[in-house]
Structure formats: structure tokens, C-alpha cells
Design a protein around this ligand. Structure first.
Ligand SMILES: [Zn+2]
Ligand SMILES: [Zn+2]
Length: 1010
């Protein structure tokens, strides 16, 4: 440590300890004095570090150049409302719903050049039409806080119509509480500006100034940060969203109470994160700063505020009225401590850094009672609960795609936060909770084709591709675990650019190149291969090609207990020809409970590629189980069932296979079986607004919707918006119907459309659906994706095949053919089968390809002995035969003992290895062991295969076999712990996903190429 630094530290500790007690904060924790010194030194000798420092200074100087008084005055107060929607019902006062195509929060704001106004990105109109700032200044009370009733109302008029007699004199005039058009419709222009303009400015300033201090050690930036934090601490105790809800600003989520502080109770966490870091960053930089004391004391006197007579008092003011007040807000839920947020109170407690008091707050986030009675007792949300149950065995959070990944990222951040505070020794998240490691890997496992996380639940835009993962998270993971998989992922995501291994925090290191160098050394030169993945509780299984180039990926959803889920059990998706061929609608227009098309359409089963039963949605995230998951190209097949999708159903089960016909093309074979309930309707939506039907004449329905000729679009004919359990059919319009039962083969072809530039010049991607099974009606209808997501199509065309009646039994057979320009399937035929099982449990089809090849596909619900026309014998669950020029070229069979056509034959002594679990051993978290009777053969070929544990849990308990032992298998570092036995008493032990007495099955895949 250099002398200058040591002197500063001695000075600091004497000042602080003398000022307010031995437990007072002593030093910065997240970026220490040594780290600041490293950053300055690095910027002096390394070009990238100098650039980082320069950029930080440039971002901060805009704020630093403001006078102290100006900076202080940008912080608004409680009674200036903030809202996130100007008018959900109308949109823009001038161009209406046309603004929706610019996203959920479309209005633009410009703090620097157009303060106190918002602009429509579509028609460029600017609102409000009055000079709000003139009014604002007159409405400030003696403490400098906005009090609506104090303002000079003579200043409230439309500046374009200053004549009081003009009809528009008072139109589009906002006093902070909303403006009105000629018809009296309300728009909250200023509240939107306050949210996205004014408060964001405050946050940007705090962030930029405090970061500049850490990279320069220049106390000027610490000073300016403190000006803002001190003022924020003046206004923060009053900040409360519920009090604003009472005057008409409820934000978007359900209440009352409408919980929150500056932001709603979820988003307020970002404010906590910012304030905790900024205060801690600049703490050392403001010690002994008399100029700061003088300014704060002067403001305090002028505005009749609290005592600001010393740095210690100012620090205590910031700590008590920001950090402690925020921490207390977790207890009353004004700040949400739900699953996605836990890093933030931990950061606040560490920034507070008051010895025993900080220890108590950290104990609190580790305790079963965290955060409050609303969550406690039943579900928990504390760090131990999160890392035992809240995050699943694959490291995915307990929510839909985007939200679940956010939960996982929060857990990764938590590791970084707690590492900054070694004084707390009761828990070590990295050592004590081995599952945390999976949070660093999960994003890459969620991707299809290394390019897109499926839109499961409230996530993404319709047909949008969003890749999960980034270099930084894999590098951070490597820093903790030294796992070569993380180095490999970092290298893959960096696309060979080792410069990208550098973390934002490396600049604070004495050797800032050490970690990046370690990664570079650990990376092996291996080709990147895609894997077929199945993620148990999250419930995403993917069959995909081995390389992403011209790749195809088929996914199915069977998630259990996920927040923000849709009613989408056994929904499928397909990425092919660079398009999302079965686009899920994804994130709804708005997530409010009362937004009509959210539950009745967007998240309803009716808008998904799945089977609708009883003309109502299935349960949200009811869970399903994989019965078969087999990969042996050209065949990849999975079979998933759910006992809980619809109450009372005897069967709800889907078998899907991805079958390659070349390096660039595959088709999908899809069998949906269901027993029980009324009206089975199998629904698909392709990637286009129109679809062409061949093999069937459809009659346009003159009026109405799929709900009937007399039911108008969006008319709630079978239930209320709140608590809706109806069909959702009123959202399907432009209906065409067969008007009679259909028992012939037909096809539906969508010529893919895309507004995101995914279709390359000269390409013409299509999806063609081949429908084989008889049904009572075939209908086409249009339905709308959310209209406020950039790039969403105006509508999609749906095909609905219905089998009507009570206690229906169905076996829907479908082939999906994604092709470019010219189809590769000539036709699909149903083949005659002979067997003793339920007729709806077995099907065989021939897929005749354009090049003369014929594939014979046999699917049985359970292992069945079957004779198929054309001299085919089969005994098993799933079989495939490829015939070229009357010669059998390829055979595959899964969970089967026999497949034969003519002379060509495949046999296996057993279809699956089966038996009973005798014991489990979790003593080594890197080697979770399950003992089996009988044990599996000592065959390395079984490593990587899937073992299904059969039990009564509603979620899937299939695992990849990582190792074969003498007495069983290892699942490697994928845990078999399901949850705590008692969320109120972590010492009471665990529940497991696999238990002695469970049956197990390892279906065998056998293949032969002739
Ligand atoms: Zn407009
Ligand atoms: Zn969905």
C-alpha cells in the first residue's frame, strides 16, 4: 500500500469513528481505495483502461458541470406523480394506437433538450402544450418539494392558444396530474416524463458521477454524487406509490395496495442497487470535505431541512433515510424481495457497513422469514430457499423465460456482492450452495440453435430471436469455479476475440489481465456442437441439429410452477429456415390483470400450438413428465405427458420427432393423444398472416368470430375479464370453416413473413402442415400478436382441428414441413396397423419425399407389438424406417426390441433397462449418486443417455447419465435435491427429486444404416 493511501485511511478511520460511534461505516467496500488506485494506475499504462476511464469521465462531466444548486434541484419529490403509461386505452392523443408499434413504453423524452415534455415517436406530437416547468417552480414548498396545490394556476394554459377565450386554451394542459383532450380523455404526460425523464436523469447522474470517482479517484465526482444522494435522502422517506395510487396513478400491476417507493415495488430494487453502490463508492471521497458540508448546511438552512453540520451527519442522513429505509421497505413489501431481487437488500446492507447492524440485515436475507409475512412461512424467498428450491436443478429461476433468467442473473450478482464483504462469515454462497454454479451455465442451455431462447410465458416478441448468455457471465463463472465448460462458453460467445474476456471490474485489479489470460489458456480448440437438452422443472426440452448453420430445433414446454407462465402445457415451437415457424405470442401487450387480451388470448391456450380441451385454457405451468427422449440422427424423438394440464383428463400426451432428410432439412412428426373431456381442438399458428389450404374447401363465416357469428371481436361472451375461464374464441376472427367432418388428408401452407430482416434475399421460407387424422371440423382464423412490440406481425393465421363431443378420445397425427421455396415432402399417408392395444394409442405413417425416399414412422403410446402394412413388424414405442429405391437404408428404434421390414431387421434383448432406486447419496455435490437395482450394465455407451425416474411428482425427473458406477449412476453436478422439508426450518433437511422405491427406466435407442 502506498504512503498516500495509508495516510488517507488513517485519516478516514479517525474521522469516522470519532464522529458517530465505533460501528459507523469505515471504508468503501465494493470499490476500495486500493481498487481505485489500481484503476488509476491501469488507466495510466493500458490503452483499454484509459478508454474506459475517459468514457466514464465524459459521462460524468455533463452532470459535474452543473452547479451544485442545479444538480440538487433535479431531484423531484413524492407529490409529483410518476407513471409508466400515458394512456393504455387510447395511446397517443393525436395518432392513437399507431404509437403501439414502438413498444410498451413508446414515448420519447429528452431531459437535456426538451425537458418536461414527451414526444410521440410516430406522429412526433409533443405534450403537454403548457410550460409545465413554469408552474412547477411556483408549486415548490419551503422544503423545495412539489405541492400541487401551491402552484400558480394562471400559468396553466395551452401555449399554442394563449387567448383565454380560445376553445383549446385548457386542452392538453398538464399540472402534473394529467391532461385532457377535447372529449375529456385523460393522458398523464408529465407523470410519464417524471418517470422516464426526471427520475432517470437523477439515476443516470448518480451512476455516472460515482463511477467516475472510482476510476479517477478525483474527489470532485464524489462531492457531486453526495449532493444528489443527500437531496435524495431528504425526499425519500415520503416516497410511496400507494399514496399516488389514491390520486389516480396505480401503475400497471394488481393492487391495492399499490406497493412501491419511487418505482413500483419490483423496479424499486434497481434504485436500491444504484444507491447502495453509489454511496459506497464515494464514501471515502467525501470524508473531510468541508465544502460539501458548507453546501449541504446552506441548503438545509434555506429549505428548513435536517442538520447537515458535518460529514458524519450527512453520511448518517444518507444511510438512515436511504439505505436503512430501503431495507425496512423489504419487510413491508414496499420494495419486493421476491425471487428476482435478493441481491439488492444484500448490497444495501453491505453499503451500510455498520458492523453488527449490517450483520443483522445479512442474517435477515439468509433467514427463513425473508422478506416478510407475505412470502414467508409458505414459499420463502431467502437466499437459502432461492438456492435450494427457487432456482431449479439446472440453475433456472422459477419463472418464464425472461423473468427466470433474470432470477438466475440475480443469483450470480449475489455471489459478487457478498464476496465484497468478507467480514460476514456465517455463509459462503459459493461454497455452501453448489447449485449456484448452474446459474452461470443455464443461459447457454436454454438456447435453441445457439441463437434463441424460446418464448415460454411472458417473454420476448412474437417470432423474435433472443440469444441467452454473454461472455461476461461465463467469465465470472470461471472466476469462481474454474470450470472448463465456462471457459469454452466464454470463448464461443467471444467469437475468438480474447479481448472480450475482460470484465468491467477488471480495471480495478492489480493485474487486470490475469483472469482473461487464465481463460485464454484454459480454452481448448474444439468445434462447437449443439446438444438436445431437457430442463426438468423449467420444462423445456429441445431436439436440434448438431450445428447451428441452417439448423432446425423443435422444443416442447412442460414447465412446473413458473411465475409469468402461459396456459401452454405441451405447447411446441420450431426454429427452421432462420424463422420461428410456430411463433409464440410471447410478452403480452400489458401484464396488468385487467388488460383484456392478456388472459383471454395472449397467455390462453387458444393462442398456442397445443391441444385445447373443454373450450378453456389448461392450467398455468401444471408440469409434465418426459417418457422418452432419444437422439440418434436422423431421428430425434421425445414423448411428454401431463397428468395435471386439465383436471379429470385421463391422457394428455404428445410425441414429437425431428427427422432429418438432409444436412439442411428436417420434418416434424407430431402425435397428440388425449382421453377425456369435451371438444379436443388441436391448434397451430404459422409464421404468416395468410395460409393456403389444399385438399379441403372452407366456407368463410360472414360475421363474428370463432366463438360464433354473433360474437364480436374481443367481446367477452363467456366470462368477465377478471378471472376469465372461457374459450378465448372471440379473439379469433376472419373465420373459415369446413362446416362438416373431415376425414381426408389436407395441407396448410404458410409463406413465412418477417419484419426483422430474418429472410435473406432469394429465400422463401414456408411452413407446411400435413393433417392426417379425422376430425369433426377444420377451421382457419386470424389472431393478433401484441401490437406494441417492434417487429410483430399484424396478425397470424391459425388452423384449428376440432373433435367435438363429451368424453372424447383423440390421436391427432400431423407432419410439419419447414421448407425453402419448394416443398420436399410429396405426401404423407396413414398406414394400416394391426395390434391389440387401444386404437388411439398406435399410429403409423409413410412420409413420401419428393426425391422418392419414403420414411415409415411408427409411434405407440406404450410399447406395443404392431404389424404395419408393407411387411413391417415392430415391437416397441417408436420406430423409423427409411426406404430408398425399395431398399431399407436406415432403421431406428427407441424403447423397442424389434423392427423389421423384409430382410432388414433390428433387434435388441431389452427395450429399456428398468428397475428400482435403492438409495441416493448427495454427499458430494459434484457427484450426485443414485443406486439402482438392478444396476445398469457397465457400458460407457449409456453415458449421456437419459434415465427417467418414475414417481408421483408433477414435474419431470429425467436426468442425463453422467457416469455409470458399480451400483448405479451419477447425475454429476446436477442436484437431486428438490426443496427444503420445512421452509421455516432449514435444518430439517431436504425433499428429493429421486427417492428409494422410485422405478427407473433407461430406454434404449438402436440404429442401423445399410
Ligand atoms: Zn402520435
Ligand atoms: Zn405463450
Amino acid at each position: 500500500m502506498d504512503t498516500r493511501l495509508r495516510v488517507l485511511l488513517i485519516l478516514l478511520s479517525s474521522l469516522v469513528a470519532g464522529a458517530h460511534g465505533a460501528d459507523a461505516k469505515q471504508c468503501s467496500r465494493f470499490v476500495t481505495a486500493q481498487m481505485r488506485a489500481n484503476a488509476v494506475a491501469n488507466a495510466g499504462k493500458l490503452e483499454w483502461a484509459a478508454t474506459e476511464q475517459r468514457n466514464a469521465v465524459a459521462a460524468a462531466d455533463r452532470w459535474a458541470s452543473m452547479t451544485d444548486e442545479q444538480l440538487w434541484a433535479i431531484v423531484p419529490s413524492q407529490e409529483l406523480p410518476r407513471d409508466i403509461h400515458v394512456s393504455q386505452a387510447i395511446g397517443c392523443p393525436n395518432c392513437g394506437k399507431a404509437i403501439d408499434k414502438f413498444g410498451n413504453y413508446p414515448w420519447t423524452v429528452d431531459f437535456w433538450n426538451r425537458p418536461w415534455t414527451i414526444q410521440c415517436p410516430n406522429c412526433k406530437s409533443i405534450y403537454p402544450k403548457n410550460d409545465f416547468y413554469a408552474f412547477y417552480k411556483t408549486a415548490l414548498d419551503e422544503h423545495g418539494m412539489f405541492r400541487h396545490e401551491l402552484g400558480d394556476r394562471s400559468l396553466l394554459f395551452n401555449a399554442d392558444h394563449p387567448d383565454p377565450k380560445a376553445p383549446l386554451h385548457k386542452v392538453y394542459v398538464d399540472d402534473g396530474y394529467g391532461m385532457f383532450d377535447e372529449k375529456g380523455n385523460k393522458f398523464v404526460a408529465i407523470a410519464y416524463y417524471v418517470w422516464l425523464g426526471q427520475w432517470q436523469a437523477v439515476r443516470s447522474a448518480i451512476g455516472a458521477l460515482s463511477r467516475a470517482y472510482t476510476l479517477t479517484d478525483d474527489r470532485k465526482y464524489a462531492y457531486k454524487t453526495a449532493v444528489l444522494l443527500d437531496r435524495l435522502a431528504d425526499v425519500y422517506p415520503e416516497m410511496d406509490l400507494d399514496n399516488l395510487a389514491k390520486v389516480g396513478f396505480p401503475r400497471s400491476y394488481a393492487g391495492p395496495p399499490y406497493l412501491g417507493r419511487i418505482e413500483d415495488h419490483g423496479w424499486e430494487n434497481d434504485v436500491v442497487w444504484l444507491v447502495a453502490h453509489a454511496y459506497d463508492y464515494v464514501f471515502e471521497g467525501i470524508q473531510g470535505d468541508q465544502e460539501l458540508v458548507d453546501f449541504c448546511a446552506r441548503q438545509s438552512q434555506k429549505y428548513k431541512l435536517a442538520d447537515k453540520s458535518s460529514i458524519a451527519v450527512i453520511c448518517k442522513h444518507i444511510e438512515d433515510n436511504l439505505l436503512v429505509d430501503m431495507l425496512k421497505s423489504y419487510k413491508d413489501d414496499r420494495i419486493s424481495g421476491n425471487t428476482a431481487r435478493i441481491r439488492n437488500p444484500a448490497a444495501a446492507a453491505i453499503a451500510l457497513d455498520r458492523g453488527p447492524e449490517t450483520e443483522q440485515w445479512l442474517d435477515y436475507v439468509f433467514s427463513p422469514g425473508f422478506p416478510n409475512e407475505r412470502y414467508g412461512g409458505g414459499t420463502g424467498n431467502s437466499i437459502p430457499w432461492m438456492l435450494i428450491e427457487g432456482v431449479d436443478r439446472h440453475g433456472m429461476g422459477n419463472m418464464s423465460a425472461g423473468y427466470g433468467r433474470f432470477v438466475s442473473s440475480t443469483m450470480r450478482d449475489l455471489a459478487d456482492v457478498l464476496c465484497a464483504y468478507p467480514d460476514y462469515r456465517k455463509h459462503d454462497v459459493v461454497a455452501d450452495f453448489p447449485k449456484l454454479k448452474q446459474c452461470f451455465l443455464i443461459d447457454a442451455r436454454l438456447n435453441c440453435l445457439d441463437a434463441a431462447v424460446p418464448n415460454i410465458g411472458d417473454a420476448g416478441a412474437t417470432g423474435g430471436w433472443y440469444r441467452g448468455g454473454n461472455v461476461t457471465q461465463f467469465v465470472r463463472g470461471y472466476r469462481y469455479y474454474r470450470d472448463p465448460r465456462m471457459a469454452a462458453l466464454a470463448a464461443h460467445f467471444a467469437e475468438g476475440d480474447a479481448g472480450k474476456y475482460r470484465l468491467p471490474e477488471d480495471i480495478y485489479e492489480a493485474d487486470p489481465e490475469a483472469l482473461a489470460g487464465g481463460i485464454a489458456a484454459a480454452v481448448k480448440d474444439e468445434p462447437f456442437r449443439l446438444h438436445c437438452e431437457h430442463l426438468g422443472r423449467y420444462g423445456q426440452a429441445v431436439l436440434q441439429t448438431e450445428t447451428p448453420q441452417e439448423g432446425r430445433a423443435l422444443w416442447i414446454n412442460y414447465g412446473y410452477g413458473l411465475g409469468h407462465s402461459h396456459a401452454d402445457c405441451l405447447n411446441i415451437g420450431l426454429y427452421a429456415k432462420n424463422l420461428d415457424m410456430l411463433p409464440d405470442l410471447g410478452y403480452p401487450e400489458y401484464t396488468g390483470q385487467s388488460w383484456p387480451n392478456r388472459f383471454a388470448w395472449n397467455s390462453h391456450s387458444v393462442s398456442h400450438n397445443m391441444l385445447l380441451v373443454n373450450d378453456t385454457a389448461c392450467g398455468g405451468s401444471p408440469g409434465g413428465r418426459i417418457n422418452l427422449f432419444a437422439v440418434d440422427p436422423p431421428l430425434r424423438v421425445m414423448d411428454v405427458s401431463s397428468k395435471t394440464a386439465y383436471p379429470g383428463l385421463r391422457t394428455y400426451r404428445r410425441t414429437v420427432a425431428l427427422v432429418d432428410i438432409s444436412d439442411t432439412d428436417s420434418y416434424v412428426f407430431d402425435v397428440f393423444r388425449a382421453r377425456g373431456g369435451k371438444n379436443h381442438r388441436l391448434i397451430y399458428n404459422g409464421p404468416a398472416q395468410t395460409a393456403t389450404v389444399a385438399g379441403l374447401q372452407l366456407q368463410p363465416q360472414a360475421t363474428g368470430t370463432f366463438a360464433g357469428e354473433n360474437v364480436k371481436f374481443a367481446e367477452f361472451y363467456d366470462g368477465d375479464v377478471i378471472g376469465y375461464h372461457g374459450s378465448g374464441f372471440m379473439y379469433l376472427y376472419d373465420v373459415e370453416r369446413s362446416g362438416k367432418p373431415v376425414d381426408t388428408y389436407l395441407t396448410v401452407d404458410w409463406k413465412g413473413e418477417d419484419l426483422r430482416g430474418r429472410i435473406a434475399e432469394g429465400k422463401e421460407p414456408h411452413l407446411r402442415l400435413h393433417a392426417l387424422s379425422p376430425c369433426d371440423e377444420v377451421a382457419l382464423a386470424s389472431g393478433d400478436p401484441p401490437q406494441n412490440k417492434v417487429g410483430n406481425l399484424r396478425r397470424l393465421r391459425y388452423v384449428i382441428r376440432s373433435r367435438l363431443g363429451e368424453n372424447v378420445t383423440s390421436q391427432f397425427v400431423t407432419v410439419l414441413e419447414p421448407y425453402d421455396t419448394a416443398p420436399f415432402v410429396k405426401q404423407v399417408r396413414r398406414l394400416q396397423v394391426e395390434h391389440d392395444a387401444d386404437p388411439d394409442s398406435v399410429t403409423a405413417v409413410a412420409v413420401d419425399l419428393a426425391d422418392g425416399t419414403t420414411d415409415i414412422i411408427i409411434s405407440c403410446e406404450e410399447r406395443t407389438s404392431v404389424k404395419v402394412e408393407g411387411g413391417v413388424g415392430f415391437d416397441g414405442q417408436f420406430g423409423m424406417i427409411r426406404v430408398v429405391n425399395d431398399q431399407v437404408k436406415t432403421m431406428r428404434m427407441c424403447n423397442a426390441t424389434l423392427l423389421r421390414k423384409g430382410e432388414a431387421e433390428l433387434t435388441a434383448p431389452v427395450a429399456a433397462y428398468e428397475g428400482t432406486v435403492t438409495a441416493i447419496d448427495i454427499s458430494d455435490p459434484l457427484n450426485n449418486r443414485v443406486m439402482l437395482a438392478p444396476p445398469l450394465p457397465q457400458d460407457d455407451g449409456l453415458i449421456g443417455k437419459v434415465i427417467h425416474f418414475q414417481n408421483d411428482l408433477p414435474l419431470d425427473t429425467s436426468y442425463d447419465i453422467k457416469a455409470i458406477t458399480a451400483d448405479g449412476i451419477s447425475t454429476g453436478d446436477i442436484t437431486i435435491i428438490r426443496s427444503f422439508k420445512d421452509n421455516a426450518d432449514f435444518a430439517a433437511g431436504y425433499n428429493y427429486l429421486v427417492n428409494p422405491g422410485d422405478r427407473y427406466a433407461v430406454p434404449i435407442v438402436v440404429g442401423r444404416d445399410f
